[in-house]
Design a protein around this ligand. Structure first.
Ligand SMILES: *Cc1c(COP(=O)(O)O)cnc(C)c1O
Length: 291
């Protein structure tokens, strides 16, 4: 199932950004979207290799990772369970998780902090259960994300991605180093105090040459969507005919536009943005879009 993907490279249209290319990982799959597909690829291979049949993972109630895992597990004929942070709720994302057969265990915020203990308590005696960290973070995920680089033009000057844990960014940087490209990797953390992400990347790559952090585009913090960001999304989607999500890619594209406006790049430089998907996230903020 993890072969034969559709992720073309498209050019943006608006006059201020028609020199920017977008790697459309959002088109890989509607549910196993973008970087989640990249991350799950080797996680699922590992599970199948170990002859296990049950993935146990973790996430918030609007987690792209949970929908992706539920969908991927259903297709691979694996069971899936998720510990969902917070009190029991119902929403569009969790409906999809349930449709794909995922078992949801709502977990109060305090207990949720100790994921190893949760796994041990509920599934410690189940030899079929396999622990997958929140967001799919880990070495397999880094390996899957590094493969993106082979699908991009080797002469790109700047590659952009949004970051939550930094796992995707770590994979991209690893791929850049492995292929000895001159590309700079620009990372836009979507949460406040995103400098820690450089340390996370370092843990996986052992070297942060060619890494540039842009920590001022978090818009107040993780999943925070002030009116300026909502307006930006409306304009971008209507102008480009390309959907972006409110948690990750909108903050990355805003950062790129802002850097372009401040003449950060040289005219002839080749800029590529990685669309990491996550489009279902729009349902988490649907009430903020007033037309
Ligand atoms: C999960 C997610 C990210 C964050 O990826 P990390 O590897 O945790 O940094 C970025 N973009 C989208 C659309 C996501 O769903």
């Amino acid at each position: 199932m993890f072969t034969d993907i559709y992720s073309p490279i498209h050019q943006l249209k608006h006059a201020t950004r028609n020199h920017i290319l977008v790697k459309r990982d959002d088109l890989i799959d509607p549910y196993i979207s973008g970087n989640k597909w990249r991350k799950l690829k080797y996680i699922l291979k590992e599970v199948q290799k170990k002859d296990k049949n049950h993935i146990v993972t973790f996430g918030g109630a609007y987690s792209n990772h949970l929908v992706a895992t539920a969908s991927a597990c259903a297709r691979a004929s694996l069971k899936s369970t998720a510990f969902v942070r917070g009190e029991a709720v119902n929403n569009e994302m969790l409906l999809l998780c349930k449709l794909f057969g995922m078992n949801l265990i709502f977990t109060d915020r305090e207990s949720y902090k100790n994921k190893a203990l949760l796994f041990e308590t509920h599934f410690g005696t189940d030899p079929q259960a396999h622990f997958v960290d929140e967001g799919g973070a880990g070495a397999e995920a880094v390996r899957g994300c590094a493969e993106i680089i082979a699908e991009l033009p080797p002469d790109m000057d700047h590659l952009f991605c949004a970051a939550g844990t930094g796992t995707t960014a770590a994979g991209l940087l690893k791929g850049i180093h492995q292929r000895k490209l001159k590309t700079q990797l620009h990372v836009v953390p979507v949460l406040k105090g995103g400098d820690f992400i450089a340390d996370e990347i370092y843990k996986h790559t052992g070297n942060v040459d060619q890494l540039v952090m842009h920590t001022d585009y978090h818009f107040g913090g993780y999943a925070k969507t002030p009116p300026t960001l909502i307006e930006y999304i409306k304009n971008f989607v209507a102008t480009e005919g390309m959907l972006i999500d409110p948690v990750y890619t909108s903050k990355m594209f805003f950062a790129i536009d802002d850097l372009v406006a401040n003449n950060y790049f040289k005219k002839e430089e080749k800029i590529i943005a990685l669309h990491t998907g996550g489009l279902l996230g729009i349902w988490g903020v649907k009430d903020k879009f007033i037309y």
